[in-house]
Design a binder for this molecule. Structure first.
Ligand code: SAM
Length: 402
């Protein structure tokens, strides 16, 4: 087994990580492959076993708050590679990274090369100190490491060809758009309706942003003046609705009663796969969708079936709710059929509406990247309210399904 001082062993681990990331489709370009090959990731994860440092899906935790919530981590290589590919960083670019772990900044430094410039900014002085020390030790002295609330961006180092945000942001602060070069790109994990998607945004012709690509992800929360907490409504022990829409009214007590009524199940006859893409479609095609979460105990007690364990879109009415299900079905390409479980007096109506959405997605949008996501900053007039229009503090997100 390789040790930290075993140069060849560590290089072999790194090469195997790069191979795996290529196989997974996370690394697609030679430039990104070269960056991952060059930067010794283990130098940015001191104290972690080498195998853990080089695991493609592992994000070692750097800091937690008093309640155990993760405040900072070194992101997983799979996600870093995916976002760097989406950013299409070229030699010579000026890049700003929001959220510092050191490793991703070193990858960025490799990508922009000697002619480029990397600024990384973190709100937490401990994280800044750590990133600065590790970057220096690894030889990346030229990365500019700053402590600030990135809600205001980094005006002194702007404009940026790329802004890469590595914390889950609920909104896009005006400073990021102002500090972006004319043909720049922002890659940001944006929180939408209780879920987070990294979105690669380019400028559109009207002063806003339009998505080029996106994908589901999980990130530590954005802190400081731009922080935001979704409403968590407890329905029963271990059963929570995460609401990100002030207009969506819920009656927790009526939903609790519904939960204890026998559930109905209805099946769509449509294939179930790509749950992340389907999730975005469901959340943005009915105003009464929210994320339903249940813990293992609630599932073991039979209160809910398995899908809410990782969170699932639920259609809510005053006293009833419905959520997505899947069952094995060899007639479907994916081997699974989508369906719905519904509870409460209006279970039948909700199930019918849900099944219709499942069929619509399977008929028309059953592919990756089918949605177009636009960000319209204030003061531009937002479009009329509809299920794909999500109001934020500084602007509006509009998700359409062309
Ligand atoms: C996932 S970590 C960053 C990982 C890092 N990019 C890496 O190399 O993998 C997210 C970081 O965002 C920082 N952060 C959260 N809110 C911030 C804010 N408002 N301004 C700047 N940094 C912030 C946190 O302190 C945390 O260290």
């Amino acid at each position: 087994m390789a040790t930290d001082n075993d140069v060849e062993g560590v290089a072999a681990l790194r090469a195997s990580m790069v191979r795996e990331l290529r196989d997974q489709g996370a690394i697609q370009s030679e430039l990104v492959a070269a960056a991952f090959t060059a930067v010794p990731r283990h130098l940015f994860t001191p104290g972690e076993p080498l195998k853990v440092a080089y695991a493609t899906d592992n994000a070692p935790i750097v800091k937690r708050d008093d309640n155990g919530l993760t405040l900072s981590s070194v992101s997983a290589p799979h996600l870093q590679a995916t976002m760097l590919e989406a950013a299409e960083i070229k030699p010579g670019m000026r890049v700003c990274e929001v959220g510092s772990g050191g490793y991703n900044a070193a990858l960025l430094a490799e990508l922009v090369g000697d002619g480029g410039h990397v600024t990384t900014v973190d709100i937490d002085p401990d994280i800044v100190e750590r990133a600065r020390t590790l970057l220096n030790e690894a030889g990346y002295h030229h990365v500019n490491v700053l402590q600030a609330d990135a809600e205001e961006g980094v005006p002194n180092a702007a404009p940026f060809d790329r802004i890469i945000v590595t914390a889950g942001s609920w909104d896009i602060p005006p400073a990021w758009i102002d500090q972006l070069a004319h043909d720049g790109r922002i890659v940001v994990p944006l929180r939408l309706k209780g879920t987070t998607r990294w979105i690669a945004f380019d400028r559109d012709s009207e002063g806003g942003l339009v998505s080029r690509s996106y994908g589901l992800c999980v990130f530590v929360p954005f802190q400081g003046s731009g922080s935001h907490t979704e409403r968590n409504v407890t329905i029963d022990n271990g059963v929570v609705l995460r609401l990100d829409d002030e207009n969506l009214k819920e009656d927790a007590e009526a939903l609790r009663r519904a939960l204890h009524l026998p559930r109905i199940e209805r099946w769509s006859g449509a294939a179930f796969d790509m749950p992340d893409e389907l999730m975005l479609f469901l959340l943005t095609n009915d105003p009464n969708m929210a994320m339903l979460h249940a813990d293992q105990e609630a599932i073991d007690h039979g209160l809910l079936a398995r899908p809410p364990l990782k969170g699932v879109p639920a259609l809510i009415s005053g006293d009833s709710f419905a959520y997505r299900a899947a069952r094995p079905n060899d007639d479907m390409g994916s081997g699974y059929e989508s369906g719905v479980y519904a509870h409460g007096p209006s279970a039948e109506d909700l199930a019918a509406r849900y099944v219709e959405l499942l069929r619509q997605w399977a008929d028309k949008y059953h592919r990756r990247g089918a949605a177009s996501i636009q960000y319209i900053p204030k003061p531009a007039t937002p479009p009329a309210p509809s299920s794909g229009v999500i109001t934020k503090r500084h602007g509006t997100v509009v998700v359409t399904w062309p």
